[in-house]
Write a protein that binds this ligand. Structure first.
Ligand code: PXG
Length: 289
């Protein structure tokens, strides 16, 4: 595998950054997880818009313009003959002193890795996920705004540890007010009658690229999709619950806190949306060749 780092594509064994990089020392940086389907990078412009917005939010100036970053992603895919895969694009604060001050870091590092995707087993999409709500509260929006896709994922990892220790693979985090925020690496949706609802970003959710796509597709399929402040009551009483994310795409949730959701299997709305999303992903995007 070849990895893009420090302006060059190098063999993965030679791909390295400094131990003094603030990305490592403090989780000071931003990233994106992007998919390629059928030789095309899916929603690349949307991912780059979010990356640059995340960087702006942490006062990090990305040293290349968006069109060049787009080329970096495509070139990395090409160098690795990726047709279907997962792309990790990272911008770190760069090398600095052993102190927090980011203004000592003169050159942010861009890293792009394009490799294989690790998916949930197919059976889980058919049966649906069992998840729990965890005690770890989503970061306060004025601590680290969850809209920033930063390298500082400890909030999510602490939640994931709770989930795995409880015997499930994913979890719902509540915000400091007790409203539903999101899952550790996915957005949360509920289906209530003909309505498809997801928490607004100010409740502590990342504005997921998959989330946006699903809301658009839902409208096209004749459903009403909108943001609504949600509580666990709404989740427990929903007809269907599903998660969305670049890696997971759309996956049904059939159990939350050991309570059965709906009929206990992925519902019809979840399945229709998953199919529509799959068709969209496989028929659009930036060509790699
Ligand atoms: N919320 C959070 C906190 C995320 O990290 C999403 C929602 C979904 O957003 P997109 O744009 O992908 O629809 C994400 C993104 C993992 C992993 O290993 C997941 C993400 C990022 C990095 C790793 O599960 N998900």
């Amino acid at each position: 595998m070849k990895v893009y780092v420090n302006g060059r594509l190098v063999p993965e064994k030679k791909a390295a950054i400094s131990v003094f990089d603030h990305g490592l020392l403090y989780g000071d940086g931003v990233f994106e997880g992007i998919r390629a389907y059928n030789g095309r990078v899916f929603m690349l412009d949307e991912h780059l818009d979010r990356l640059y917005a995340s960087a702006r939010a942490i006062a990090l100036t990305i040293p290349v313009p968006k069109p060049r970053m787009s080329e970096i992603v495509v070139e990395t895919c090409r160098a690795n003959r990726v047709r279907d895969g997962y792309i990790r694009l990272i911008v770190t604060r760069g090398v600095g002193t052993l102190g927090l001050n980011p203004y000592n870091c003169r050159s942010p590092q861009i890293i792009c890795i394009a490799g294989a995707i690790q998916l949930y087993p197919k059976k889980l999409y058919e049966k649906g996920l069992s998840i729990i709500t965890v005690g770890t509260v989503r970061n306060h929006t004025e601590a680290i705004n969850p809209r920033i896709k930063s390298l500082n994922y400890l909030n999510n990892i602490l939640a994931k540890i709770e989930a795995i220790n409880a015997g499930v693979m994913e979890c719902i985090l509540l915000n400091p007010q007790g409203f539903i925020a999101e899952a550790s690496g996915d957005n949360v949706f509920i289906v209530r009658g003909q309505e498809i609802l997801t928490p607004p970003t100010w409740c502590g959710a990342l504005r997921g690229i998959t989330r946006d796509a699903v809301m658009r597709l839902a409208g096209e399929l004749g459903y009403t999709a909108r943001e609504e402040v949600l509580t666990r009551y709404d989740v427990y009483t929903a007809d269907e619950v599903f998660l969305t994310g670049t890696a997971a795409e759309i996956i049904g949730v059939v159990e939350v806190d050991r309570r059965r959701i709906g009929r206990g299997r992925p519902g019809p709305v979840t399945c229709r949306l998953a199919e529509a999303f799959s068709n969209l992903a496989r028929s659009s995007g930036t060509h790699i060749r």
